[in-house]
Design a protein around this ligand. Structure first.
Ligand SMILES: [Zn+2]
Length: 264
């Protein structure tokens, strides 16, 4: 069986989480899916590759191996909606962001199957985040969690218009100290890319559940638009296009780490 996630232990207070770049499906799952579903269009394509530099920074990294169509790790196990008045795609999504059916007629994921997936795939990922943040806090006195995502710049069913390039989310300020968020936002504003803090994407379940600034854990989500590092037609990574974005993420992470050192 494919491991639920890959984990690399680092040497700094930073943990980078990559929950949506997994592509593996469960045995027999693909056979129940439509062509649209099997193409896994809502994958956070190549986010692992984009962030491969963080190992040189000494960060710990956790990256899911299973597709979000098995279980969405950035949603609560209760499957409550993350955003009011927005289309919710669910813990075990039935439709793509484009509104296409993921499963063939007559196929679905039962609530019992969903519960099994929570235990087998969702829980181990979250247990490792929890344990790692606790270890980092013991070692450094504080811990930093960066939840790394990407999405197409235009998804009409999820948001109006075109998304800014860099979408920083701290659950409206609740998951990260104000001065740390400000330092990261300033690094984003100094880059050639457009940016927003706590706009359409304010941080999903991972950011919201682990960020506890009063307890020394600062969590932030970065939702990137995909046109800045990949070819969206053939879904390939474009290393040349990614250079500027990688530089920008580096300076945002640098701001995240140095402002936390000063502030805690
Ligand atoms: Zn994502």
């Amino acid at each position: 069986m494919t491991d639920v996630f890959d984990f690399r232990e680092g040497s700094s207070p930073l943990l980078v989480s990559i929950p949506h770049d997994g592509r593996t499906l469960l045995p027999g799952q693909a056979e129940c899916m439509t062509d649209a579903g099997r193409a896994l269009p809502d994958t956070d394509w190549h986010v692992r590759e984009l962030y491969s530099f963080v190992e040189d920074l000494g960060a710990s990294v956790i990256a899911a191996n299973y597709s979000r169509y098995v279980i969405d790790l950035n949603r609560p196990p209760s499957d409550a909606s993350l955003y009011e008045n927005q289309l919710a795609t669910g813990l075990c999504p039935r439709q793509t962001f484009a509104g296409q059916d993921i499963y063939l007629d007559g196929e679905s994921v039962s609530s019992r199957e969903q519960e099994t997936r929570v235990q087998a795939y969702w829980q181990p990922y979250h247990d490792r985040i929890f344990e790692t943040l606790n270890q980092l806090k013991d070692q450094f006195g504080y811990a930093l969690l960066w939840d790394a995502h990407s999405i197409a710049g235009e998804v009409p069913l999820l948001f109006d218009g075109v998304l800014p390039d860099l979408n920083i989310g701290t659950n409206g300020g609740a998951s990260c100290a104000t001065e740390i968020t400000a330092a990261v936002a300033a690094a984003a504003q100094a880059s050639p890319y457009s940016s927003v803090t706590n706009g359409r994407f304010r941080g999903g379940h991972i950011t919201r559940s682990y960020g506890a600034p009063e307890d020394g854990v600062h969590a932030m989500q970065l939702e990137l638009t995909q046109q800045n590092y990949m070819d969206q037609k053939n879904l390939s990574y474009d290393a040349e296009r990614a250079v500027g974005l990688v530089d920008t993420i580096k300076s945002m992470l640098h701001a995240f780490e140095t402002s936390a050192t000063r502030g805690t």
